[in-house]
Design a protein. Structure first.
Length: 276
């Protein structure tokens, strides 16, 4: 009687040989599936990070003020310039108030009636992509159109200690870089603005340049390969802004359509983290 009972216990608690043969196979399958999931998650996170950095208008490397202290609509801020995106609804008015010296960049057609402190008015119209400089002072404005309008304000901050003029004098620019001189659309003692266009996969030579703001007028995909800094990859929409630091670099349009943008260079600059 004892022998059959022992055999019964072995049959209940012993693992059949067929299962021992299958378990390693199942373990490998499970391990493979788990590894595939982990790799997929990291790949997805990397893609999200690239897209986020490309579309981000406010770079953490160049931001100088906590977000809570920045004016509404601020999309970029560093020690040299501050950029705000402003939207005015149809027929919207703003009261007369102080506006510092800054550059307006039209993202849509603009048609405004500007009012000054003495009650005088001036009508202004700009096409998308136009720029206009305001010398500073008191003004208000009314959107005269029955549709919303959007524009950027680019405010060059007070000159920080140690800043130097990083741009070539116009006379020298016309000799050394006549193409750039022809594309320049604005220049004063604070900012220089150049209208740029790059064809798909258009070759470029490595060159040095100061820190600059790019305001995109079309959708596109630009890549900037620096000699001594990380590559910057920008997948952008019209109206986006990005900052490229100074240094030796090669820009490239890696998309399949022409990219148009404004290159805005603050003339007085200080060294930024990551500069060559």
């Amino acid at each position: 009687m004892g022998r059959p009972f022992a055999q019964k216990r072995r049959s209940l608690y012993s693992r059949p040989k067929q299962v021992d043969g299958i378990m390693p196979f199942l373990s490998l399958r499970i391990l493979f599936a788990f590894t595939t999931i982990i790799v997929g998650v990291f790949h997805l996170r990397a893609q999200v990070q690239v897209q986020s950095s490309a579309r981000s208008a406010l770079s953490s490397q160049s931001a100088s003020s906590p977000a809570s202290t920045l004016p509404p609509g601020t999309i970029f801020d560093n020690p040299m310039i501050r950029v705000r995106r402003i939207r005015k609804e149809p027929r919207q008015k703003t009261a007369v108030h102080h506006v510092p010296a800054l550059l307006h960049v039209a993202l849509t057609p603009l048609h405004n009636l500007v009012t000054f402190t003495d009650g005088s008015t001036k009508e202004e119209s700009y096409a998308a992509g136009d720029v206009a400089w305001w010398n500073g002072g008191e003004r208000g404005a009314e959107n005269l159109e029955d549709k919303a309008q959007e524009f950027l304000t680019v405010w060059p901050k007070e000159t920080p200690p140690g800043a130097i003029d990083v741009t070539l004098p116009l006379s020298e620019l016309r000799v050394k870089m006549p193409g750039m001189a022809q594309m320049m659309i604005f220049d004063n003692d604070r900012l220089r603005v150049t209208r740029m266009a790059k064809l798909p996969h258009e070759p470029s030579k490595e060159h040095d340049a100061p820190g600059r703001l790019l305001v995109f007028l079309t959708d596109g995909h630009l890549r900037c390969t620096f000699r001594n800094q990380p590559v910057i990859d920008n997948v952008v929409k019209a109206g986006d802004v990005v900052w490229w630091p100074s240094g030796l670099h090669v820009p490239e349009n890696v998309g399949e359509q022409e990219v148009k943008f404004l290159l805005i260079v603050p003339k007085l600059q200080i060294a930024q983290p990551g500069d060559d």
